[in-house]
Design a binder for this molecule. Sequence first.
Ligand code: GDP
Length: 325
Amino acid sequence: MKLFIKDLAKDLLNGNTVALARAITLCESKKATDQKTASRLLQKIVPYSGKSIRIGITGSPGVGKSTFIEAFGKHLTSLGKKIAVLAIDPSSTKTRGSILGDRTRMEELSKDKLAFIRPTATGNSLGGVADKTRETILLCEAAGYEIIIVETVGVGQSETAVRNMVDFFLLLQLPGGGDELQGIKKGIMEMADGIVITKADGENEKRARQAQTEFQHALHLFQRSESGWQPVVLTTSALEKKGTKEVWAMIEKFYAHTIENGFYEKNRDEQNLKWFYESMDVLLKKKIFQSKKISSLIKSLEMKIRMGEIMPLQAAQKMVASIKK
Ligand code: GDP
């Protein structure tokens, strides 16, 4: 086993994509032995990770995420950058018809030797997936990927989870006027370091420019984030291959800005602490629920709550009191 981990780590650090894919599968495995192996492997490669720009990209289905990422990714690889695209797909296990997992997405980019694409089905626990995505980011970095894109569909909690693991958070929006603005959750706008209005071509071009102005105004109303960065709104057309260069220039500017004022490092430190606390939550719960005695106590408390015999808070206190030190 030691030899297996050593070899896998060596191949991965040499940028071997088969080894990388294998390592990710190991991290995603639910088997206890695999998890142990994955944990050892991670310890080995962690000193070689961390040196990438991590970008989160979100937007509603149909906004043009995969088309944008393909164009953006091709621009980055044309600059000689190695990029990894990790797609979190909250829909795939529920509906089987996945929003992001489709193999035909990003066809050109998937053939590019400098790009690595990996979809992740979230199953039912977003927390768990976020963990795996964090681990996958580290593995990709150790394999030499300089830019990591984490893509998620703008349909709920997944944005916050992604926000907590990237340096730069990009929101994609369709061209449209004020009506469009009403539709987005304020929280997601507040998380964005940049907004890209997609499909700014043909008849849409004028509307896209209008939307750009409106979003820029709206963003000015928010308090500046701790990074001291004023979010930027850009327009792109993946179809006409316009605007991707500018998006990369914006992210490079953000990177230089946050390196200089120390936010980059501070943010990563805080994200690590968040990871620590979230992992403790998950692992503690798992350990507690493993106990047969506690699970049967929980079942009986559940029944009592249903019968109105005990208040939910009191029941929770009883359960916690029953945990041995
Ligand atoms: P996703 O669901 O957010 O990944 O969206 P897709 O990338 O699959 O794009 C959804 C639809 O929008 C597809 O039919 C694309 O061809 C179209 N589309 C994407 N980007 C552009 C663009 O820049 N211009 C135009 N006109 N259409 C686009």
